[in-house]
Design a protein around this ligand. Structure first.
Ligand SMILES: Nc1ncnc2c1ncn2[C@@H]1O[C@H](COP(=O)(O)OP(=O)(O)OP(=O)(O)O)[C@@H](O)[C@H]1O
Ligand SMILES: Cc1ncsc1CCO
Ligand SMILES: [Mg+2]
Length: 276
């Protein structure tokens, strides 16, 4: 089953971008209060269509209509938890992919319990920094908030466990991003430290991954595409905007400008493990 899957190559990532811009996937975002603006703008820049729909009744209705759903627990509350449960049930029934972003779990109990509860509904993709991935797998890590205290390499075992639990894919972000499913582990070595100096880049990347998974042939292609798009745009943005405020604007501009030639020229995508 997991075996004999073809390798993921840069051409596959280019195709995800082209398909995304043709199909303009509608991404239902249930995300935290801090990052809604940057999330919607990053989705628009890459060519997707964002919609933030929060009320439980509306969320259940909309999750069936949208092409993908993002569940981000960054500013969780009780009302939102109920709405998220309803949306996940509806997306699952409609066979629409959903992405889990377990922001700052580990040190904070309620969101950790909730993320583990909904993990049982098998998200198509989990996107988190190393500490979040380690905590979701039930292991001890160094995370204390929304930023990672662990290395992505450290999180790979935990990520593989989550892949086994969901049967789907995981994207661990950090200095190197890792995308994995049961058959393959890919590493994207692009990126720039300024990506961590603007709040919500990781969260927006979860939304970007939802858009990519909606149009990609396989979940891992979606995960890898989200890694490559954000990291290359970050490198190009940093080259002309070396401070966080202007970098945020430049990042959105570079995602808008991103094209096949730029991806082919800059992508540092490597297969680190292939079980075929
Ligand atoms: N040291 C680094 N050098 C280059 N790129 C990095 C580095 N650290 C993270 N990144 C990139 O930053 C982006 C966000 O990843 P990060 O792991 O910081 O997410 P996060 O902690 O969940 O973010 P947030 O909580 O602010 O939304 C990714 O594209 C990742 O590749
Ligand atoms: C800063 C912050 N706090 C809760 S969510 C969030 C956005 C980055 O994860
Ligand atoms: Mg961060």
């Amino acid at each position: 089953m997991a075996q004999n899957k073809p390798a993921v190559i840069v051409d596959d990532i280019v195709r995800v971008l082209e398909t995304l811009r043709e199909r303009r996937p509608l991404v239902h975002c249930m995300t935290n209060e801090v990052v809604k603006d940057i999330t919607a703008n990053i989705l628009l820049a890459i060519g997707a269509s964002p919609a933030m729909v929060e009320h439980a009744e509306e969320a259940a209705e909309f999750a069936a209509i949208a092409d993908a759903l993002l569940i981000n627990v960054g500013t969780l509350d009780t009302t939102q938890m109920e709405a998220m449960r309803a949306a996940i049930a509806s997306a699952t029934l409609a066979e629409k992919p959903w992405v889990l972003d377990p922001v700052a779990i580990g040190a904070i109990s309620l969101r950790t319990r909730f993320s583990r509860e909904i993990l049982a509904q098998r998200p198509a993709l989990i996107r988190g920094n190393a500490s979040e991935i380690i905590a979701l797998a039930g292991r001890a890590g160094k995370g204390r908030g929304a930023d990672s205290g662990d290395s992505a390499e450290h999180a790979l075992d935990a990520a593989a466990q989550l892949v086994a639990q969901t049967g789907n894919a995981v994207l661990v972000t950090g200095p190197v991003d890792y995308a994995l499913d049961a058959a393959r582990t890919l590493a994207c070595a692009n990126g720039h430290p300024l990506l961590t100096r603007v709040t919500g880049v990781g969260c927006a990347q979860g939304a970007l991954a939802a858009a990519c998974v909606a149009v990609a042939p396989d979940k891992i292609h979606g995960a890898a595409a989200a890694a490559v798009f954000m990291a290359i745009a970050g490198e190009l943005a940093a080259a002309r905007a070396p401070r966080p405020g202007s970098f945020r604007t430049a990042l959105i501009d570079e995602l808008d400008r991103l094209d096949a030639d730029t991806i082919r020229k800059f992508a540092k995508l490597e297969t680190v493990k292939q079980n075929a």
